[in-house]
Design a protein around this ligand. Structure first.
Ligand code: GLN
Ligand code: ZN
Length: 759
């Protein structure tokens, strides 16, 4: 029998039950017992659901109250000393959430993106004194819970290499890889405990194998898996699990590891199958990730089945069928979508639907094609209907893409020429002050917007409320004394959704939630067809703001890469094409803003960096099309129209040439948290255009003093020619309150003025 299994199920719940329970617990509305009971209930429901879907091996240990890496930190007793973890006794909820969310005296542990997903994990902290011991029994309790339901659990653990690799060293002069010999005995203990409890299989996730690993880490891999194996010892079988990229560069090494099986991702890297099939060891299972865990499309079952059959002829019963990665990155259940158009719905599969695709494929392998003919036919019909649907194809867009030429991605003149014209037009002082776009999204704004969406507030009421907000924002900016204004984005709930809703080719779900971090979820829109902008999306709002002031108002748009990265995108055309379509839509918006007399237009690209492929060898290809898409979106304007862009981070050192190549007249970035350190790269590179390094961290309620911002600005001036510098916060201000914003920005303006007067 070829087995079917799942690598992980979304834990937040179809109706975000876990989110609601967590937030109620944090507010103090429910106690820990209630929270634990809710979590157990969710786990139970998901296990039963997977069993009923026909999945043979059901994952246990993929659940987490906050994050799977944090679960490992708790299990391994690796809480950083700064949290004063008790010497004895289990890592309890207080410590667990303290690490995730911080305490009155300790900042939370850092959080960062899980590979190229939008999920964020809690980064383990290591120093030479870090020790490990089993410190949480939660995993074992979950194993017992599953067993009580008659489920024989396949336990999911993050592997030792990945756990160390994804952590960070908090002190210099030590390498976290040195901890491996201390970590392995604890992993062994955990495995022995699981074996003792009757666990036969452990899925041990080593996604870092998809990254560029140096020899030391690869050696660590060999060392780790020899230590976790010992002939005759009572340990569960290990399924070494990789995903998100090809690992065939390590194929021989992986085949030689003393584990009982491997899992590879055939959705991201279909070509790696042959390398693995070739001389695959007789004593190992090969699990194929054939159903895409990173996207929402119904699979092409015919093609998947033929791939599996090919593998089956070599592997026989040693073939397992799985999603490419954990379904954590997919929404839960398509059945909850009642407002999505039936046609579009018929092209989609969320987690629940994906499980049934997996089980169908397993049945086909075990009982022959006839047993699943009906499903194969249905899949083909859906695929063909999608291919031929007029919703997807827009000849106008395709035609325009064909006609794109080099000149469409070039401004008329190089920056030095544009710069003079822009300076003449805007007459800004040295070190001009501005903000990144959004102003506080007050409860009142949210209320009106929600009522409008539900049809409970009239168009006119909505229009007037938003205009009131814009007037208020303009008035505040006058009072603060900024040089370049924004309208404040009151009409936007989300920077991608706002545009997606107005573009053809995008669909939105009601419950398509995906966990981003902790209790936070996002609902990525689904980009299904050719992107077309039927009419202007922002012009009225920006024009209105401009009519209220003589100061320049920056138009505010979301860039093509960010629109792509934060959506579920088409799998039927290459991403660069989709991005260019988005770029054309934005280009038209830029043109309309310019026509309306708007002289500065900001195209936000906070997701530019996260689009970078996992392997460095693939970076250049990505950077080339990503930069081009940005340039297509921004190059259709006159020389004296100033294009701004914004990115919420500042680690650019490795991609600075591409950032410069985007050729935005002004870029604003996040630098305050690194105390301007990260600006050095721009200085050394001699970044040619203008740049606004953020002088205060908007993520924290703390308001820095004028002197502090002044100091950062002085630092910036020592690295970059002051004539190139702008003064602004790190990012948009939508999560702050007005009193905070006014005080902070007044101090920021004061700092800029102090420095200006000295020049
Ligand atoms: N203009 C957006 C804002 O200010 C930018 C958001 C972002 O960078 N993520 O909110
Ligand atoms: Zn930002």
């Amino acid at each position: 029998m070829a087995l079917t299994h799942n690598l992980g199920f979304p834990r937040i719940g179809a109706r975000r039950e876990l989110k609601h329970a967590l937030e109620a617990y944090w507010r103090g509305d429910i106690d820990d017992e209630w929270l634990r009971a809710t979590a157990a209930e969710i786990r139970k429901r998901h296990w039963i659901l997977q069993r009923e879907a026909g999945i043979d091996l059901i994952p246990v240990g993929d659940f987490a109250l906050y994050d799977q890496m944090l679960n490992m930190t708790a299990l391994l007793g690796a809480a950083p000393a700064r949290f004063n973890a008790p010497e004895h006794g289990e890592t309890g909820l207080d410590l667990y959430f303290a690490m995730a969310r911080g305490t009155a005296t300790q900042p939370a542990m850092e959080m960062t993106k899980w590979f190229d997903t939008n999920y964020h994990y809690i980064v383990p902290e290591f120093d030479a004194d870090t020790t490990f011991r089993i410190d949480s029994l939660q995993l074992f309790r979950e194993v017992a819970e599953a067993q009580a339901l008659g489920i024989s659990p396949k336990v999911v653990l993050i592997g030792p290499l990945t756990y160390l690799y994804l952590g960070k060293e908090t002190k210099a002069g030590f390498s976290r890889l040195d901890l491996l010999p201390h970590l392995l005995p604890v992993y062994r203990d955990i495995l022995a405990q699981l074996a003792f409890r009757g666990v036969v299989w452990v899925q041990i996730d080593e996604p870092v194998l998809a990254l560029d690993l140096n020899d030391e880490w690869l050696h660590g891999l060999d060392q780790a898996y020899s230590a976790l194996h010992e002939a005759g010892a009572k340990l569960p079988k290990l399924l070494l699990t990789t995903y998100f990229e090809a690992v065939d560069n390590h194929a021989e090494r992986l085949k030689a590891l003393p584990v009982s099986g491997l899992h590879i991702d055939l959705c991201r890297a279909p070509d790696q199958l042959d390398t693995f099939l070739d001389g695959y060891p007789e004593d190992k299972v090969l699990s194929l990730g054939i159903i895409d865990g990173r996207n929402v499309w119904r699979a092409d079952l015919v093609q998947a089945f033929s791939t599996l059959n090919r593998a089956y002829s070599t592997l026989g019963q040693r073939l397992w069928v799985a999603p490419s990665c954990s379904l954590l990155h997919c929404p839960v259940d398509l059945a909850l979508e009642t407002r999505l158009e039936e046609e579009i719905k018929s092209w989609l599969a969320f987690s629940v639907q994906k499980l049934s695709e997996i089980s169908t494929l397993g049945r086909g392998l075990n009982h022959g094609k006839d047993a699943i003919q009906e499903q194969l036919n249905a899949s083909t019909r859906a695929r063909q209907a999608r291919q031929q649907s007029p919703r997807i194809h827009n000849p106008v867009v395709q035609d325009r893409l064909q006609r794109l030429t080099r000149s469409d991605s070039e401004r008329a003149n190089p920056f030095p020429v544009r710069r003079l014209l822009q300076h003449k037009r805007f007459q800004l002082p040295l070190l001009p002050t501005t903000t990144i776009g959004s102003f506080p999204q007050t409860p009142e704004i949210r209320k009106v917007r929600a009522a409008f969406k539900k049809g409970e507030a009239s168009n006119l009421l909505y229009l007037e409320s938003m205009r009131d907000e814009i007037r208020l924002a303009v008035k505040k900016q006058e009072e603060i004394g900024l040089d370049v204004f924004v309208h404040g984005e009151p009409e936007r709930n989300d920077m991608v959704e706002y545009f997606g809703e107005q573009l053809w080719g995008y669909a939105f779900t009601e419950n398509g939630w995906v966990q981003s971090y902790g209790s936070r979820c996002v609902k990525p829109p689904i980009l299904y067809g050719d992107i077309y902008r039927p009419e202007p999306m922002t012009v009225d709002w920006i024009e209105y703001a401009q009519s209220q002031t003589t100061k320049p108002v920056k138009g505010m748009l979301t860039g093509p890469i960010t629109m792509l990265m934060w959506s579920f995108v088409r799998d039927d055309q290459p991403r660069p094409i989709t991005t260019l379509q988005l770029a054309l839509a934005i280009r038209d918006e830029v043109a309309d803003l310019e026509k309306a007399g708007i002289g500065m237009i900001q195209i936000d690209e906070p997701a530019f960096r996260e689009g970078l492929p996992l392997k460095k060898a693939d970076w250049n290809v990505y950077l080339k099309w990503a930069v081009e898409a940005f340039r297509v979106s921004s190059s259709g304007v006159k020389d004296d129209t100033q294009i701004h862009t914004h990115m919420c981070y500042s680690e650019f050192n490795d991609i600075l040439p591409s950032i410069a190549d985007m050729d935005a007249d002004v870029i604003t970035i996040e630098t305050s948290r690194s105390r301007m350190e990260l600006l050095n790269g721009f200085g050394q590179f001699k970044y040619p255009n203008e740049i606004g390094p953020g002088v205060y961290d908007i993520h924290s309620p703390r308001i820095p003093q004028t002197e502090e911002m002044l100091e950062l600005l002085e630092k910036a001036c020592s690295v970059i020619d002051p004539k190139q510098l702008w003064v602004n916060p790190d990012c948009g201000l939508k999560t702050r309150t007005w009193p905070e914003v006014v005080t902070a920005l007044k101090r920021m303006v004061a700092a800029a003025r102090l420095l200006r007067n000295r020049m």
